[in-house]
Design a protein around this ligand. Structure first.
Ligand code: PBG
Length: 337
């Protein structure tokens, strides 16, 4: 039976009957969002004495090592099961050595968190070098300005081992270099970290929605360029499946689509294609748009925030990386007490 014939086949159906009471709506809801689906992105900055609020990401901070420990233990109390860590180093260089230095800020912070929360929270380390490079690109830049794929994945492999050594349960390569997952898997296995898993930022688009994040990690692409030479073109959906299959073939345990809302069709296509957990990143610009419009009184913050998360889950994401995690967890805790 063709889908288009369904209404005509059941002329006595009245869908509004199932919307009559809140209990009825709850009963028939097809999609749920729960705290255990959410992953909180967190920033830790080297060399600051107090946490610094990020102007373009209201409510989100660059943490000190101490304030990060507190934040993660509070999130754990609220039922949050995973965080993804980004580092902001005090100094940057050509190759982003802070990303693989055992004394780099994220490695130190991971070790702190292992002692603070142990295995009760999944510690995910974003694996890229753009926060650590003086030029702001996600890899090693050649004299002509292009990013050298194969030299870059060697650096990623070193960063993965440094992060695993520091206690990461999951590493999440976000640089969109070809072959990065295989290089990281080989390096982890070779260093005795067969149990550390890989969440690939498999379908990551060259998006205008990362603006506030670049403030959060103090990244400016100094050549005035962009990431279109390695991140995906927003016009392409099938290409996302090529990327996802490549990552799975190389050993990714989970895959991600990023950003989320402008790419719900991609999330849905990936969900239909693979059986591993699918994550989606509700990125900084998506969060900031809610905050800015709500601050102006133009939208209802809570209603829109929940609608965003629900839509991402409805499209098929199992996991959502979102700056809304703490808000959602507090709200859920308030509702149940
Ligand atoms: C790269 C990275 C970026 C984000 C996560 N990892 C920025 C970029 O590719 O420019 C963006 C996340 C967000 O906007 O919330 N290390």
């Amino acid at each position: 039976m063709a889908a288009s014939g369904r209404t005509a086949d059941f002329p006595r159906q009245r869908p509004r009957r199932l919307r009559t009471t809140a209990a009825m709506r709850e009963l028939v809801a097809e999609t749920s969002v729960s705290v255990s689906d959410l992953i909180a992105p967190l920033f830790v900055r080297e060399g600051i004495a107090e946490p610094v609020e990020i102007a373009s990401l209201p409510g989100v901070h660059q943490h000190t090592r101490d304030s990060l420990r507190r934040e993660v233990s509070e999130l754990a109390e609220l039922g949050v099961r995973a965080v993804v860590l980004f580092g902001v180093p005090a100094t940057k260089d050509d190759v982003g050595s802070g990303a693989f230095d055992p004394a780099g800020i994220v490695q130190l912070a991971l070790a702190d968190l292992v002692s603070e929360v142990g295995d009760s929270v999944v510690l995910i380390a974003d694996l890229c070098v753009d926060e650590y490079t003086s030029h702001g690109h996600c890899g090693i830049v050649r004299p002509d300005g292009s990013v050298d794929n194969d030299a870059t994945i060697e650096i990623y492999a070193r960063a993965a081992v440094a992060q695993a050594t520091a206690g990461a349960h999951v590493v999440a390569p976000s640089g969109m270099m070809d072959g990065q997952v295989a290089a990281i898997r080989d390096a982890l296995d070779g260093a005795g970290f067969a149990d550390v898993s890989i969440l690939g930022y498999s379908a990551k688009y060259a998006s205008g929605l990362y603006g506030p994040f670049r403030d959060a990690v103090d990244v400016t692409i100094t050549d005035g360029g962009d990431r279109k030479g390695y991140q995906q073109d927003p016009r392409n959906r099938r290409e996302a499946l090529v990327e996802v299959h490549a990552d799975l073939a190389q050993g990714a345990d989970m895959v991600m689509v990023k950003p989320a809302l402008a790419y719900l069709d991609v999330i849905s296509a990936v969900r239909a294609e693979v059986d591993v957990p699918v994550a989606a990143y509700h990125v900084s610009g998506e969060y900031s748009m809610i905050k800015a419009a709500a601050a102006n009184g133009w939208i209802d913050h809570d209603a829109v925030a929940l609608e965003h998360l629900t839509a991402i889950r409805r499209a098929g994401a199992d996991l959502v990386l979102t700056y809304l995690t703490r808000w959602f967890a507090e709200r859920a805790a308030g509702a149940s007490s």
